[in-house]
Design a protein around this ligand. Sequence first.
Ligand code: C5P
Length: 244
Amino acid sequence: VERQAKLYEGKAKIVYATADPNIVISYFKDDATAFNAQKRGQIADKGVVNCKVATHLFQLLESQGVKTHWLETPSDREMVVRAVNIIPLEVVVRNLAAGSLCKQTGLALGTPLTPPLVEFYYKNDDLGDPLLTRDRIRAMNLADEAQIHELTRLAGEINTLLQTFFQRCQITLVDFKLEFGLDQTGQILLADEISPDTCRLWDQAKSDQAERVLDKDRFRQDLGNVAEAYQEVLKRILAQVNLK
Ligand code: C5P
């Protein structure tokens, strides 16, 4: 599959057209941003690591019956995916309190959330990705009742599958963000990526907070060894995949 015109450039990825209008190529960059792009930087080989991590996680989910946009990964930074119309919602699942939840509610870092929280944020940089309610999603016509229900169900199912997998890697899946798209037939597919950029992942072998973080919080909070943490996540995932 050959790359053609650039269709869209985001903060971490570039999307290219292919000869087939139903297929696009997602190119993973090393650029890192945080706090709505107020903090910018680069993480060495992040694009390569995230492309590999997302590939393995999409394959895992597909093997368990979750429909994703992933088709193949022909090179280190490229993923061939189904073209979808992205639903402008960031679906966040939280197993333990962290990040904006702690900031907005006062819940202590690491507070268990049972059942896990499923939250919807509006994917809009100008508005700062605000938290939405189901009523607001309907009022804004971002998704109908049935779609909101399906997104919530999918988010819960994906959480269960990913939690089980990361447990085998001795990593705690604290929280993560998903994006979904609609294909030509209106079917909802999991899209974008799942990687240390979009998840909070804590190393179960460490108890010190600054040491156990294996995700983008190392970049957000200037904890150091950012690239090394991303490589560690990939290494543990590959060790599990190779066991099979
Ligand atoms: O910042 P917050 O605590 O709401 O983030 C929750 C989860 O969603 C984190 O894993 C974070 O990395 C992810 N996220 C993301 N992209 C955003 C916002 C959050 O991947 N724009």
